[in-house]
Design a binder for this molecule. Structure first.
Ligand SMILES: Cc1ncc(COP(=O)(O)O)c(C=O)c1O
Length: 387
């Protein structure tokens, strides 16, 4: 019964008429990513995974798993309610304090996921009188937050701060907000966060920076791009981050001045009207956070990135010194073909196609982890040279 209903869902007559032009490009696969870090079972075959955001291998660190498991027995599986009703727990507050200290911010608020953090922050901060200036390659969650806010949205070409400044100069709104990814999720390059902050100050604006991929990968103590560029703790900075990348978990956080976080506590609909995160995941993140700051793990990640770049000189990679390496293909079918060729060679790197990236820029998004070994990176590089 369930199977026949699933089939029917793809028949045109069972779809709204306005959906029928969109081909079902995205397919779910039978994947199982096992606990040993970088191996993944795809269609019952074990492959080396170069597509995860678990940059430091903390998702399967024994101490992190133990913390989650102990907390599960203590707190149960779910939190049981929203934070403002019955779902709050002292460890949420302790974690917020730890994150604020680590990131050099005055205050922090936990949120259900990075998607919810970005959508919620923009919806809360901006009004329909605001002007939001957003990098064209920002993550979808930031774009959706801009749309949800009802504000006027101006998208500037990727990292083109001259155009951004012209836009800011011409705009008459007294509610200006600049929004950018820290490390861009599909290209792997870094925003010029210090320059964005200068423009924020000059034009009396606010800066929302999503450091999802910077945390754990760059900056002192792995504290991300804001630390690397010295803008952490700036009163005009609102920073979002997620547990779902290098911290190896699930959930997210917003960092800002205490006044701003108090404002979000009143206004952030994606916290107020949703169930709090499971306490066990926070307990796990309490253990992940100090591990994540250890120099040796980040050092291994850096060495893997340098090694990968050395092995792949001359290939069509976008400039990036982060764990996200985009191997450009262009055509969608060619990207699918390249992903299949890599899969046959034992590597899991799905093709990224429009609308996730713009038309004609389909690519293989390769992500590196501290857990990859040199032989694995070398073997992947040999396979990439054969594409
Ligand atoms: C830049 C960026 N921001 C936010 C998110 C969403 O984070 P989460 O997976 O915690 O919802 C992602 C993940 O895809 C991302 O790449």
């Amino acid at each position: 019964m369930a199977a026949s209903m699933a089939c029917m869902a793809f028949e045109d007559n069972n779809l709204p008429s306005w959906w029928r032009d969109t081909p079902p490009n995205r397919q779910r696969r039978l994947l199982a990513s096992t606990q040993n870090g970088v191996s993944i079972t795809v269609d019952q075959r074990q492959l080396c995974n170069f597509s995860s955001n678990d940059y430091l291998g903390l998702r399967s660190h024994p101490a992190v798993i133990d913390a989650a498991s102990t907390a599960l027995h203590h707190y149960g599986v779910g939190s049981g309610g929203s934070r403002y009703i019955s779902g709050d727990a002292p460890l949420f507050h302790a974690m917020e304090q730890a994150l604020a200290t680590w990131k050099g911010a005055e205050a922090c608020l936990l949120v259900g996921s990075g998607m919810l953090a970005n959508m919620g922050v923009l919806q809360a901060l901006a009004t329909r009188h605001s002007a939001i200036f957003a990098d064209r390659l920002n993550h979808a969650s930031l774009l959706d937050g801009c749309r949800l806010s009802g504000a006027h949205l101006y998208r500037y070409p990727h990292k083109d701060l001259a155009v951004l400044e012209r836009m800011l100069g011409k705009n008459k709104s007294d509610q200006r907000i600049i929004v950018s990814d820290g490390i861009f999720s599909m290209d792997g390059d870094e925003a010029d966060a210090a320059a964005l902050m200068k423009l924020t100050e000059k034009y009396d604006a606010w800066l929302i920076l999503d450091d999802a991929h910077g945390n754990g990968c760059t900056g002192e103590n792995g504290a991300g791009l804001t630390t690397k560029t010295g803008i952490q703790g700036h009163p005009r900075l609102i920073e979002t981050g997620t547990f779902a990348k290098a911290l190896g978990g699930y959930g997210a956080f917003v960092l800002a001045s205490e006044a701003m976080i108090n404002g979000f506590i009143q206004r952030l609909r994606t916290v107020i009207y949703t169930t709090a995160l499971p306490p066990a995941i926070i307990a796990a993140m309490q253990v992940s956070l100090p591990l994540f700051q250890q120099q040796n793990l980040r050092q291994r990640l850096q060495e893997n990135i340098y090694y990968f770049l050395r092995c792949n000189k001359g290939l069509p990679l976008l400039p990036s010194s982060t764990p996200i390496q985009a191997f450009m293909v262009g055509d969608d079918a060619d990207a699918l073909g390249a992903a299949k060729q890599l899969q046959d060679a034992g590597f899991f790197i799905p093709a990224i196609r429009p609308p996730t990236v713009s038309k004609g820029t389909a690519r293989l998004r390769i992500t590196l982890s501290a857990m990859h070994t040199r032989p694995q990176i070398k073997a992947l590089s040999e396979a990439l040279h054969l594409l």
